[in-house]
Design a protein around this ligand. Structure first.
Ligand SMILES: Nc1nc2c(ncn2[C@@H]2O[C@H](COP(=O)(O)OP(=O)(O)OP(=O)(O)O)[C@@H](O)[C@H]2O)c(=O)[nH]1
Ligand SMILES: [Mg+2]
Ligand SMILES: [Zn+2]
Length: 219
């Protein structure tokens, strides 16, 4: 007897993700699924990005996933008027249907770049297509230098990797060369941006963002 439950769940997810992708393309919105462990600095990065780039030519929106609170959305809503919190309950990742519902609460005509902050988790968010243009993986110094090696799927899939909290390097035993070697071995081509949101050293991230988001303008 065939029991294709998981297969069907992912198939349905992919179908809804395709609808999301079309909706976002039609509205000329470039969408980034930001994936990282709890506390690596996803919301902090987006807060500073919204603050520093918010008045510029690109208009931003955010969908943020969290189990029960709206704290991340409240933080970002201070810097952006297109922010929607998605509560996943016991769910450890966002799925395409939740994103679909989130999109219905945004004014896509007023957004050029949409950030989706996924639930803090390095594992299953990698496998769920949300309709995004690209997935960005975020690690941080405080998690330990073995996390790229232990989460190869994210390293494979990500189009950009961020290593946050470099300001903590003097205080933490983190072998940066080892981390870089693991990344190179798993994905020789992925750009790795080492940064400190705390120190606001975000220029390489902004440069990547501008190039990546530029694709919709020329695409
Ligand atoms: N030292 C240091 N702390 C940072 C940096 N970036 C973020 N933090 C701190 O790390 C903690 C977690 O940051 P968040 O931005 O909430 O992390 P998150 O990834 O959004 O967390 P979840 O949404 O819970 O998964 C906060 O106390 C931040 O102030 C950094 O560059 N350096
Ligand atoms: Mg957060
Ligand atoms: Zn999950």
């Amino acid at each position: 007897m065939k029991v294709p439950i998981v297969e069907n769940v992912l198939k349905l997810n992919d179908e809804i993700a395709a609808i999301n992708r079309q909706t976002l393309r039609d509205a000329d919105v470039f969408t980034i699924d930001l994936i990282g462990a709890p506390g690596c600095g996803k919301t902090s990065l987006l807060e500073v990005t919204l603050e520093e780039l918010g008045g510029g030519p690109k208009r931003f929106g955010v969908l943020v996933g969290d189990l029960t609170t709206d704290r991340d959305a409240a933080r970002m809503a201070e810097r952006c008027d297109q922010v929607v919190q998605i509560n996943t309950g016991k769910g450890c990742h966002l799925d395409a249907n939740q994103v679909r519902q989130g999109l219905g609460n945004l004014d896509l005509d007023r957004i050029d770049v949409l950030f989706i902050e996924n639930v803090g988790n390095l594992i299953c968010p990698v496998g769920f297509d949300l309709g995004q243009d690209t997935k960005v993986g975020m690690f941080s110094i405080s998690e330990g230098d073995d996390k790229a090696a232990k989460h190869p799927h994210l390293v494979h899939v990500a189009e950009l990797l961020l290593l946050n909290k470099t300001d903590l390097l003097p205080h933490v035993d983190f072998d940066t060369d080892r981390f870089r070697e693991d990344v190179r071995r798993l994905n020789p081509d992925v750009p790795l941006v080492e940064l400190s949101v705390r120190n606001r050293s975000l220029q390489p991230w902004y440069a990547w963002l501008e190039t990546a988001a530029g694709r919709i303008a020329i695409g």
